[in-house]
Design a protein around this ligand. Structure first.
Ligand SMILES: Nc1nc2c(c(=O)[nH]1)N[C@H]1C(S)=C(S)[C@@H](COP(=O)(O)OP(=O)(O)OC[C@H]3O[C@@H](n4cnc5c(N)ncnc54)[C@H](O)[C@@H]3O)O[C@H]1N2
Ligand code: MOO
Length: 426
C-alpha cells in the first residue's frame, strides 16, 4: 500500500500550475494573484489633514503656545489645491493641505479669539506647543507609486480589495481557477432533500459538502452529477465533465472491495493510468488517483462522508494549491489536549478542535466520534489533527500537526473545549 507522502508526490508530479487571467477587482475576493501587483498612484494622493482644526506654516520650528494667527481661508475634504499665503487655514479631516502649510493643530488645542460675521473663526491662539509636521498625512505615506503592494500567490480578501480600490486598480492578474467536476456514485443516493427515502436509500450528503469546500478551495465546479453503480452512467458523466472543461474529476464511492465498486475497472477500460489505489491512511484508505488519457486528474474518493472530506482536504487540495501557484501548506504545531493512541502504520486525519486552555494557550483536541460515517462531530471540529503513520501513541502536551478546514481557511479558534453534541444528548 502507498504511504501518504509517496501518494502526494504522485499527485504533485501530475498537477500543473495554471495560467493567469484578468479579473475585475470587484470580483477578486478569494482569487490568487498571478504576479506581483504594483501601485500606479501615491496613497494618500496628496498631503492632507488627519484632524479637524487649523493648518499652519511651521517651517521646521515648534510653534509656541500663545502664538496667534489670522485665519486666512478654509479647506474641506474634496476642495482642490489652494495657495495659502500667510496665516492659518481652517481645515477638515482629509482636506488637502493648502500649498505652503505643513502642520495641523486640532480645534481642541486652540482658543478662538474672533469670529467673522458668519460665525467662522477669524483669529486663533495656540493653547499648546505645536510640533512641526503634526497631524499631516503625507502624500505616499501609506503606499508609494511604483511600490509592490502584493506578491504573487496572494489570496485576496476584503482588505486587499480595499487597497486596490484605494489605488484605483480596477483589474488584477489572477491565476485561473482549476475547473473541477464532481461525480457522486451510488444507486442508494437521493439528491432531492424533499424526496422521502425508499427502503435502502440514503441522502447524498457528500455532494453538497464537497461542492462547498471546492469553492472555498479556489476551484470552479463546472459539472456535478449523481450516478448509479453502472460503469456506462459513470462513463457518460466523465464525458460530460470533459465537455464542461473539467481538468480535475472527483468521484465518491465505489472504490473499495465490494461487488459494485466499479471505479478502478471503469478507469482501466478507458486507458487511465492509475497512480495509486489504497493509501496508508485513516479514514479514506481505498482512495484512488489516476490520470486520464487526455491529462485530466482523477480522484476516486471513498464514499463514507468523512473519508470523502479527508480525500478532498489532503489529496485534492494539495493538487489545487499547486495549480493555483501556491507553495505546499505548513501545518500548525500545537500541544495535544489529551493522550491519544492509534494503530501504527496508518496516518490518521482526525476531526479536531483547536481551543484555548484555562491559561489562554492554544491546544488541539481529538474529538469523539471519529468513525468515517459520522458527520455530526464535524460541527464541533474547526481543524484536522494529523498523526503520522509511524506514531502509535502521543501524550497530552506533545505537539501534533494541525490543519485548517481548507487550504485557504486558517484554523478558527473555539472559545472553549465544547463537547460535541452526541445523538443521545441531543
Ligand atoms: N471488504 C472491505 N470492505 C470495505 C473496505 C475494505 O477495505 N474491505 N474499506 C472500507 C472503507 S475504509 C471505506 S472508506 C469504504 C469505501 O467504500 P467505497 O468508496 O467503495 O464507497 P461505497 O461503498 O460506495 O460507500 C461507502 C459508504 O458511504 C456511503 N456513501 C456513498 N456515497 C455517499 C454520499 N454521496 N453521501 C453520503 N454517503 C455516501 C455509502 O452509502 C456507504 O455507506 O468501504 C469500506 N468497505
Ligand atoms: O477508512 Mo474508511 O475511510 O471510511 O473507514
Amino acid at each position: 500500500m502507498t504511504g501518504y507522502q509517496q501518494a502526494l508526490g504522485v499527485i504533485l508530479d501530475a498537477a500543473r500550475p495554471l495560467a493567469a487571467e484578468p479579473c475585475r477587482t470587484v470580483d477578486a475576493l478569494g482569487r490568487i494573484t498571478a504576479g506581483p501587483v504594483t501601485s500606479n498612484e501615491d496613497l494618500p494622493p496628496f498631503d492632507n489633514s488627519a484632524m479637524d482644526g487649523f493648518a499652519l506654516h511651521a517651517g521646521g520650528q515648534t510653534l509656541a503656545a500663545g502664538t496667534s494667527f489670522e485665519v486666512a481661508g478654509s479647506q474641506s475634504a474634496g476642495d482642490a489645491h489652494q495657495r495659502a499665503g500667510s496665516g492659518a487655514w481652517e481645515i477638515m479631516t482629509g482636506a488637502r493641505m493648502p500649498d505652503g502649510l505643513d502642520t495641523v493643530v486640532p480645534v481642541e488645542q486652540v482658543e478662538i479669539l474672533q469670529r467673522d460675521a458668519g460665525g467662522r473663526p477669524s483669529r486663533i491662539q495656540l493653547t499648546v506647543d505645536v510640533e512641526p509636521g503634526r497631524h499631516v498625512r503625507k502624500r505616499g505615506e501609506d503606499v508609494r507609486r511604483d511600490a509592490t503592494i502584493m506578491a504573487a500567490g496572494t489570496l485576496m480578501q476584503a482588505q486587499h480589495l480595499m487597497l486596490l480600490a484605494g489605488l484605483g486598480i480596477s483589474e488584477v492578474a489572477v491565476v485561473r481557477r482549476p475547473r473541477v467536476a464532481l461525480i457522486n456514485t451510488g444507486r442508494e443516493l437521493v439528491d432531492d432533500p424533499a424526496q422521502p427515502l425508499a427502503s435502502g436509500q440514503i441522502r447524498n450528503s457528500n455532494g453538497p459538502f464537497l461542492a462547498t469546500r471546492l469553492a472555498a478551495a479556489g476551484a470552479e465546479l463546472v459539472y456535478r452529477q449523481t450516478v448509479n453503480d453502472e460503469p456506462q452512467a459513470f462513463h457518460a458523466a466523465l464525458a460530460a465533465a470533459r465537455q464542461a472543461g473539467a481538468e480535475v474529476v472527483i468521484s465518491t464511492g465505489a472504490v473499495s472491495m465490494g461487488r459494485h465498486d466499479f471505479i478502478p475497472d471503469a478507469l482501466r477500460v478507458i486507458g487511465a493510468e492509475i497512480g495509486f489505489h489504497k493509501v496508508k491512511i485513516r479514514p479514506g484508505r481505498p482512495l484512488l488517483f489516476a490520470r486520464l488519457v487526455d491529462g485530466m486528474l482523477f480522484f476516486g474518493l471513498p464514499g463514507n462522508p468523512v473519508s470523502s472530506a479527508v480525500g478532498l482536504r489532503f489529496f485534492v487540495e494539495p493538487a489545487l494549491r499547486k495549480m493555483l501557484g501556491l507553495p505546499p501548506e505548513r501545518p500548525l504545531r500545537l500541544p495535544l489536549a489529551q493522550d491519544f493512541s492509534k494503530k501504527a502504520g496508518l496516518r490518521f486525519h482526525l476531526k479536531g478542535q483547536v481551543h484555548c486552555d484555562a491559561g489562554g494557550r492554544l491546544q488541539a483536541r481529538v474529538l469523539q466520534g471519529q468513525e468515517s460515517f459520522r458527520i455530526q462531530p464535524m460541527l464541533a471540529s474547526n481543524a484536522w489533527v494529523v498523526v503520522d503513520e509511524d506514531v502509535a501513541s502521543l501524550q497530552a502536551g506533545e505537539l501534533v500537526d494541525v490543519h485548517g478546514p481548507g487550504h485557504l481557511q486558517a484554523v478558527s479558534i473555539s472559545a472553549g473545549p465544547d463537547e460535541i453534541l452526541l445523538p443521545e444528548e441531543a
